[in-house]
Structures are given as C-alpha cells and as structure tokens.
Design a protein around this ligand. Structure first.
Ligand code: CO
Length: 289
C-alpha cells in the first residue's frame, strides 16, 4: 500500500514537473527593444529601416520595438506628430503587454554616457517587483578590442577607392566620458589599414587640427568626409559638411583641400549593421543562462 502510494506520488511529481516546465517554456513571451540616440533628420530613417530589417530577419518571430535616449529629439519629433518612447517607457509598455523576456540592444557606437544610462535602466527593470523574468543588454558597436578592428575591416571595402592624393576623414562624435579612448583605438586600426584613413572627433580629444600635419605630410589634395556615427544627422550635415564657417568642410577648404561629403551613417552599411546584430544575438543567448 505504502509502496504504491509513493509510486503514484512520484509519478504525479514527474508529470507535474514536466508539465509545468513545458508551460513555462510556452508562456515565455520574448521581445527586442532597439535603443538609439535618435535623430530628426529624414536621412536617419534610412539607417533605422535597414537596422530594423536586419534585426527582424535574424529574429523573424520576435516582436521588435524602438526607443530613443535623447529627450530633445523625442520632444522635437512629438511636435511633428511622431511619438517615440524613452527606454524606460518602452520597457514599461512591454511589461504591460505581457513580455517576460526582453533583450535591449544598444545602437550606440561606444560604451559611453548613453550606454551607461541604458545599463542603469536595464538593471532597474531587472530588479523591479513583478518585472521581467529575464532581461539582457546587447553591447554597442564598439565594445571589445576585436570590435574596433572588425569595424575597420568591414568598412574599408565599401569606401570609395582612394588615389594617392585622396584621403578619407571620419568624424567621430567624441565625449568627455573615458570611452573616448575608443576613437584613438579606431584611428590606430584605420591607419593600419590604409595611411589615408583618418578620424577626428567633434566633442572628443582627437581634434581636426591634430590630423592636419599628417594630411600635409601625405600631400593630400582631396578629402572625403564621412560621419563615424550610426546616422548622418545633425553633426554630419552641419559640423562636418555644413556651409557654416567653422564646419570641417569650410575649415579644410580654406586650408586648400578639396572636400567631398560622403554622408552615410554607419547604420546604412549592411556589413557594419551585422556587428550590432551579432551583439544582439550574444545578448539573446544570455537569456538562456
Ligand atoms: Co552630439
């Protein structure tokens, strides 16, 4: 009697654990939140659309949402009738809609201020009572030293071919955050690839004048100008290629260089977007841990 009771009991227990395990797996509702700084430039849409497409292709069954970290951009777009959520608002909405497992992917270039903020948001949602069962955060474009080398390798073949008197100059954003050193690392690998590839920043430590001696030494006459940013937005159209006196294009033209704007965001280049998608796939795997 006691034997059969414990037998039935263990059978019941086995069934129960199998059944509940299965239901748990079935009810996990997974979603992706893509987070970028944001831009109100029409051209930025091109980059965002390509990223959206490539993410949906890699995760065909997972709903994809977007959020912008810049409040200024969100307010500007709201006045034009376009509502974009902040990261915490987007996550709160996903929670309300019943998502239990979420991957947040940073579409930033370096792990700077914006990424630090996003990390804090993700952490607070991870500890929220009745919050997500699982939440993970994907790394920005450049995180490991391997990423820095890889982005140059992927970017180089899609750039215009340069002759001896031409150079390619990237405008990185730059920051007071310690992650500004990524731009120095990037410059190293650009130069390692081709002595006519340069990078300076708008708000970081490598300034335009820092690379002028090398441009002159290499007898460069024509310079292609491209933003090293996810989109060709405000900085690209104004600080880089704008008509204002202090834009890089105006400054370099005054110094005798011929400037050719090459206004394409990194998010418009498939092989570069692949790096963000790879980081998203890595973060997705973390959900299984
Ligand atoms: Co800026």
């Amino acid at each position: 009697m006691s034997y059969s009771f414990s037998f039935i009991f263990s059978l019941f227990f086995l069934f129960f654990s199998l059944f509940s395990g299965q239901t748990l797996a079935q009810t996990a509702k997974q979603g992706i939140l893509l987070v970028t700084f944001g831009s109100s430039y029409q051209q930025a849409e091109k980059a965002y659309e390509l990223i959206d497409q490539k993410v949906k292709k890699a995760f065909p069954r997972t709903p994809v949402y977007w959020a912008y970290t810049s409040k200024k951009i969100r307010n500007k777009l709201a006045k034009e009738g376009k509502q974009i959520d902040s990261p915490p608002l987007a996550l709160a909405k996903m929670l309300e809609q019943g998502f239990s497992e979420v991957v947040v992917q940073s579409l930033h270039v370096i792990p700077g201020e914006e990424f630090d903020y996003l990390k804090q948001v993700v952490n607070s949602f991870a500890h929220l009572p009745k919050g997500f069962k699982k939440i993970s955060l994907g790394k920005p474009l450049l995180y490991s030293s391997k990423d820095v080398k890889e982005v140059v390798k992927k970017l180089y073949p899609v750039l215009p071919k340069l002759n001896k008197e031409e150079a390619f100059l990237f405008m990185g954003h730059g920051t007071e955050h310690p992650a500004d050193v990524y731009y120095a690392g990037l410059n190293y690998w650009l130069q390692n690839k081709d002595k006519r590839l340069f990078l300076a920043t708008v708000e970081g430590s490598i300034e335009l004048e820092d690379i002028l001696p090398d441009l002159r030494k290499n007898k460069i006459k024509r310079i292609y100008l491209m933003p090293f940013m996810s989109v060709a937005g405000d900085h690209a159209h104004n600080d880089l290629a704008g008509k204002e006196e202090d834009s890089w294009a105006s400054t370099l033209t005054k110094l005798g260089f011929e400037c050719v704007p090459y206004l394409k965001g990194l998010g418009e280049i498939e092989s570069v977007v692949d790096i963000w998608v790879k980081h998203l796939q890595q973060a997705y795997k973390e959900l299984d841990n």
